[in-house]
Design a protein around this ligand. Structure first.
Ligand code: DOR
Length: 447
């Protein structure tokens, strides 16, 4: 290679599509220009990565950053700061804000708010409601939009699309992969009285396995009918997995680090309402089934479902307490700890946290370490051992369900399009995030 790299990542163990091994990575114009062996003299800036692993930048395809409307819990700046401190280079943000992101104006507002304030790259979902079905096909074509998200059962916020004819109409209204929160609203309403006051252990009984299974069965049937691709977010039950395995041609699925790590009833006994989320953390047999699905290749992505609520809110008496827990900052170290414990391979980690989201959402230029791709890297020290602590959490909520847990494997640098944003746990550059480019909606080039 002749010429000068703006950045050279030297001597790291790189996780590339052709294997895991030592390589230097040269960056020009924010993109990967060369992978091989290069003299540091060729570069304006050298990142010494000896002893470190270089992964493709982690894409968290499910976060709730609460802006506009609930900035006391999180905003686009604080949420993206938590992301990069945790090794995440790209986030897809959810539409259940206030007002919800269900119009062109609301999406434009989010993009305007994000500009110059977000530290990682970002995409926003458009929310589906019975009233905006006619607009969904247009909203999903806006550059930077990750696609449509529908809440088939109600959770945090007002978004809901539960009537069968509306779900089918929304599925027929567009072409891109549609993401769904899959819980059956009718069954949730029927069973609400099972949520016992003051007892969050009843959360997975109220929102039971059948609530999730029924909804997933229905949405798969409707998606098949409509000829539409769907992405089932945070799958939590053993019972949904065979249904999803039967629908591989059009359905993809996500699970979360918390569903792979925590289990009922222990998590509710230890954490109370801090373990409350939708769909719920369930007993260990589901966690083991999710692990099998991860390692057999059924699970496409792991997203954090970062859903911060303040301590004051979480300490309300169950079921008046809101559902959701933060996770964007802990996703990488929790999963690396599973890698170190041999529950997950490094290749699978890279696929689930980067290539998977790029593949299923058709992200342009991200998701792998390969020439021409964005120079997004999550650089980690696989041997670093530290305790996760609430005081490390950058989210405005200031807590994590993993407080006190020792994990081995920590991010030491977050690089977004060639720019080092986090180094050794500190934010070293800021506000450089840009909208994600999707193959299906590429904006016209100005060049
Ligand atoms: O537990 C949850 N919290 N599940 C969701 O689907 C929404 C999220 C939130 O926004 O708080």
């Amino acid at each position: 290679m002749n010429g000068t790299f703006e950045l050279l990542i030297c001597g790291g163990i790189c996780v590339t599509p052709s294997g895991i091994g030592p390589a230097d990575i040269g960056v020009i114009n924010g993109r990967i220009a060369a992978i091989g062996s290069f003299a540091p003299a060729n570069a304006a800036e050298v990142f010494e990565a000896k002893g470190l692993h270089v992964f493709p930048g982690v894409i968290d395809s499910q976060v709730h950053f609460r802006e506009p409307g609930s900035e006391h819990k999180e905003d686009l700046e604080s949420g993206s700061r938590a992301a990069v401190l945790g090794g995440v280079t790209t986030v897809f943000e959810m539409p259940n804000t206030n007002p919800p992101t269900i119009t062109r104006l609301a999406l434009e507002d989010k993009f305007a708010r994000a500009r110059g304030r977000m530290h990682c790259d970002y995409a926003f979902y458009a929310g589906a409601t019975p009233e905006n079905i006619g607009a969904l096909g247009i909203l999903e074509q806006m550059p930077g939009v990750a696609g449509v998200k529908a809440f088939l059962g109600s959770s945090t916020g007002s978004l809901l699309l539960n009537r069968e004819e509306d779900i089918l109409a929304a599925l027929k209204a567009g072409r891109r992969r549609m993401a769904v929160h899959s819980e059956d609203e009718a069954r949730l309403r029927e069973r609400k009285s099972l949520a016992a006051e003051g007892d969050p252990r009843t959360h997975p009984f109220w929102r039971d396995v059948e609530t999730a299974r029924l909804s997933t069965e229905r949405v798969l049937r409707l998606a098949r009918l409509a000829g539409r691709r769907v992405h089932v977010l945070h799958v939590t039950t053993e019972e949904e997995l065979p249904l999803l395995a039967e629908a591989r041609d059009f359905a993809t699925l996500e699970t979360t680090p918390q569903h792979l790590t925590l289990a009922a009833p222990e998590c509710y006994e230890r954490l109370g309402t801090y373990a409350q989320m939708n769909p719920p953390i369930r007993e260990a047999r589901h966690r083991e089934a999710l692990w099998r699905a991860v390692n057999e290749g059924l699970v496409d992505v792991i997203g954090s479902d970062h859903a911060p609520h303040t301590r004051e809110e979480k300490e309300k008496l169950y079921p008046g307490s809101p559902s959701g827990m933060p996770g964007v900052q802990t996703l990488v170290t929790i999963l690396l700890d599973h890698v170190n414990a041999h529950r997950l391979s490094m290749e699978r980690f890279a696929d689930l946290t980067s290539a998977g989201a790029a593949r299923i959402f058709d992200v342009a230029g991200k998701g792998r370490i390969a020439c021409g791709y964005d120079a997004d890297f999550t650089i980690v020290d696989m041997g670093a051992k530290k305790r996760i602590e609430n005081r490390w959490i950058a989210s405005k909520c200031g807590w994590t369900p993993f407080d006190g847990m020792m994990t081995t494997g920590w991010p030491v640098a977050t690089i977004v399009r060639g720019q080092t944003i986090m180094r050794d746990g500190a934010l070293v550059a800021g506000g450089c995030g840009q909208p994600v480019r999707f193959g299906e909606t590429l904006p016209p080039s100005s060049a």
